[in-house]
Design a protein around this ligand. Structure first.
Ligand SMILES: Cc1ncc(COP(=O)(O)O)c(C=O)c1O
Length: 390
């Protein structure tokens, strides 16, 4: 049976951040929420079934990570990404963001330079500043509608003594899937300046046809790479919280483990373990169908929006279920842009400015919802635009 991604599921009864936080985040509940990065689709049946089975055992005590969890995860990365992950290089953690904090703590000292590449998912900034490290920005370059790494500037940042680079691959919010030559270029700089790369690959499985995600760690054995992965975005289980770090340098692995141990942050719960394993074991077909559905939605959104308000163009996403809308030609301030989407269009998007100054004039749209909902949001944007120009 094909999976019904068109099914509308009421999330307002489930304390969902995306729906039940609207009043706080947007100041009104009257917006179609296409913001925070989870999906409005039911998770694969393999996952819900496994969770129901686990729930039927009435004891929810402290739980170990079973060996089968590592095996299934290793198989997934071997089969989908041609990456052979060594068992002892894997560290478990309840989430990618906490693991990134831990890796920064472990592999750098206060005031060390950490590079980020804005526009970028906000916690990249806070992971650096909240750990007392020095934030250095290497903004991406936007050329002819596509984002690129500014290598010359990255080299200058590295040469200034940077300890770490936080890479987002694929990139949230701009949707770039980095190509081999780009990743090699980044590795080359890291190698020459002895910089460790923390590569957040949480969106690795969400790739559109003709693009291919290359795990950074598969391209090197002489640069220290800390890769964060998780089935949370892939299978819509982010609320359960579980992820892994894959650390290729033994010493660095020990240092990160020490931070995990000192903060007691590697412990997990029986439901996240169950969902993690079931997703990687039984979610493959679901994911393939999901990507076909998202790809179709992505194309329809681009067609609709770009045909109508010519002042909004879309940076075509190569991966992730996020679209990056370039609204700079509307000539609005960031505050006015926010107001336009909330109060005129009644659509709840993430303001680009929250991804750093480089995001000024942009908005991020999450298209992982039934197509009817996403297209209704697009129609609202178009109507609001036309009304404003009528
Ligand atoms: C690039 C990136 N990293 C990390 C996260 C959050 O990961 P976690 O919930 O595991 O902390 C997100 C969520 O949107 C993300 O887009």
């Amino acid at each position: 049976m094909p999976i019904d991604f068109d099914q509308i599921i009421d999330r307002t009864t489930s304390s969902s951040l995306k729906y039940d936080f609207r009043k706080v985040y947007f100041g009104t509940e009257d917006v179609i929420p296409l913001w925070v990065a989870d999906m409005d689709f039911a998770t694969p049946e393999a996952v819900t079934h496994a969770l129901q089975q686990r729930a039927s055992h009435p004891i929810y005590g402290y739980t170990l990570y079973p060996e089968s969890l590592f095996t299934v995860m290793q198989d997934w990365f071997k089969n989908r990404h041609n990456w052979s992950i060594e068992r002892n290089s894997i560290l478990m953690c309840p989430g990618v963001v906490p693991s990134m904090h831990a890796a920064i703590e472990a592999l750098s000292k206060p005031d060390d330079i950490v590079i980020v590449q804005p526009p970028i998912y906000q916690p990249f900034f806070s992971a650096v500043t909240e750990t007392g490290r020095k934030l250095v920005e290497n903004p991406l370059k936007l050329e002819q509608g596509e984002y690129y790494v500014d290598f010359e500037h990255l080299e200058q940042c590295a040469a200034s003594g940077a300890k770490l680079l936080l890479l987002c691959s694929p990139h949230n919010p701009v949707g770039r899937v980095w190509q081999r030559d780009e990743l090699e270029g980044i590795l080359d700089i890291a190698r020459r300046y002895q910089m460790t790369i923390i590569s957040d690959e949480i969106h690795a499985d969400l790739i559109y046809p003709t693009y291919k995600h290359i795990p950074l760690a598969t391209l090197t054995d002489d640069v220290s790479i800390v890769t964060a992965v998780s089935p949370s975005k892939t299978f819509n289980i982010a609320g359960l919280g579980l992820s892994c770090l894959i650390v290729n340098d033994r010493q660095h692995r020990k240092l990160i483990q020490k931070v995990f141990d000192s903060g007691h942050i590697s412990a997990s719960n029986p439901f996240s373990i169950t969902a993690f394993e079931a997703a990687y074991r039984g979610g493959e077909m679901w994911l393939d169908e999901l990507m076909v559905y998202l790809d179709e939605t992505r194309k329809k959104v681009i067609e609709l929006i770009e045909l109508n308000p010519p002042e909004i163009t879309i940076v075509d996403s190569q991966g992730t279920y996020l679209l990056w809308l370039d609204c700079r030609a509307m000539g609005l301030t960031d505050e006015e842009l926010k107001q336009f989407f909330i109060y005129k269009a009644k659509v709840g998007l993430n303001p680009g400015i929250s991804y750093g100054k480089a995001g000024s004039g942009f908005m991020r749209m999450n298209i992982a919802a039934p197509r009817k909902t996403v297209l209704e949001a697009c129609q609202r944007i178009i109507r609001a635009y036309v009304d404003g120009h009528g």
